[in-house]
Design a protein around this ligand. Structure first.
Ligand code: ADP
Ligand code: MG
Length: 322
């Protein structure tokens, strides 16, 4: 049922930033090396993402938008279940169900680009379009058909802040991709490709780069690398705490705890630590899909991960900064 699928999508696409995250991940999945994000009114009015990835062939275009329109959601009781599953091949369809979405894409197998548009659940025919490379996903009027959901949105500025944070999380982990963020026609962040350190500095500022040290520790199939600052770095109003597991941004209690303990043990307090840390391990030892929209993870051996992170960070924090 259409109404129910709209409500479900509203639950899953919590706010414009949730949609932006999914769209950005799709661009990265498509092998893009250059991505431009243009937002209007905090993403509520428009989220437009242009990339130079592999694109979508004509026959796949419709599917990309309609996958969600299955019989999966049979009743209101299922909604909670849907929300907790988050996106599994249904992000675009969920977003399309509650917005005016247009996708234009060029795929090497086609003579020219194609475009498909949807308004809620109404799809247009696929039409030829002009685009030399990649994909443009243009989402307008998010929640236009779910007014109850729209009421939960905060101010334009707050929603933009969330979008900016989603953009930052992706950008920190992909210094090999150039990125542009625009809001209401103004360029907010322009990021050229380069080293990880350069990207951290571009996003987190010179203060962070100057005070943080580089670390890279490995043991028993686990690797922790990135930059961490001692808590003198407290001028930032915003928390600078980013953790990635196998390239995905996560917010994980176990990891946070290990980090906090290392700081506490060395510095005898854990106020305002600032860090960007990447944990890498055998993908078979971690489940990152526990809750995609809530960025939780589950480790096969949580204790080993905790111990490793604590020791790796402890060692780096305790060493004299050179
Ligand atoms: P998922 O990413 O889980 O497969 P999505 O709903 O996010 O599901 O996307 C549906 C499909 O649309 C993707 O599998 C991909 O084939 C295609 N797609 C979406 N965005 C892009 C893009 N920017 N470039 C190329 N293909 C894309
Ligand atoms: Mg996706």
């Amino acid at each position: 049922d259409q109404l129910i699928s709209q409500i479900a999508a509203g639950e899953v696409v919590e706010r414009p930033a949730s949609a932006l995250k999914e769209i950005l991940e799709n661009s990265l999945d498509a092998g893009s090396t250059d991505i431009a994000v243009a937002l209007q009114s905090g993403g509520i009015k428009q989220i437009k993402v242009s990339d130079n990835g592999n694109g979508i062939a004509r026959d796949e275009l419709n599917l990309a938008l309609t996958r969600h329109a299955t019989s999966k959601i049979a009743s209101l009781e299922d909604l909670e279940c849907v929300a907790s599953l988050g996106f599994r091949g249904e992000a675009l369809a969920s977003i399309a169900a509650i917005s005016r979405t247009q996708i234009t894409s060029y795929h090497a197998d086609e003579k020219h680009a194609w475009r498909v548009a949807s308004e809620g659940s109404f799809l247009t025919d696929i039409e030829p379009a002009a685009l030399d490379v990649g994909t443009i996903v243009d989402i307008q009027d998010l929640y236009f058909n779910t007014p109850a959901r729209r009421k939960f949105l905060k101010t334009e500025n707050t929603e933009f802040g969330h979008c900016e944070e989603a953009f930052r999380r992706v950008a920190l982990s992909r210094p090999d991709v150039s990125l542009l963020l625009q809001h209401n026609g103004r360029a907010i962040m322009r990021l050229a490709t380069g080293s990880a350190e350069k990207r951290f500095e571009d996003i987190l500022g010179k203060d962070f780069a100057a005070e943080a040290f580089y670390l890279d520790e490995s043991a028993a199939g686990l690797r922790l690398w990135g930059m961490a600052a001692k808590p003198t770095f407290s001028r930032h109003a915003r928390d600078t705490q980013y953790v990635y597991v196998n390239g995905r941004f996560v917010r994980d209690k176990l990891i946070s705890h290990a980090i906090r303990q290392a700081y506490q043990d060395v510095l005898h307090h854990d106020r305002h630590p600032a860090f960007v840390l990447f944990l890498e391990l055998d993908p078979a030892l971690v489940d990152v899909n526990v809750h995609p929209s809530k960025t939780e993870v589950r480790f096969r051996d949580g204790q080993a991960v905790h111990r490793f992170i604590f020791h790796a960070l402890h060692k780096s924090l305790a060493a004299p900064v050179g």
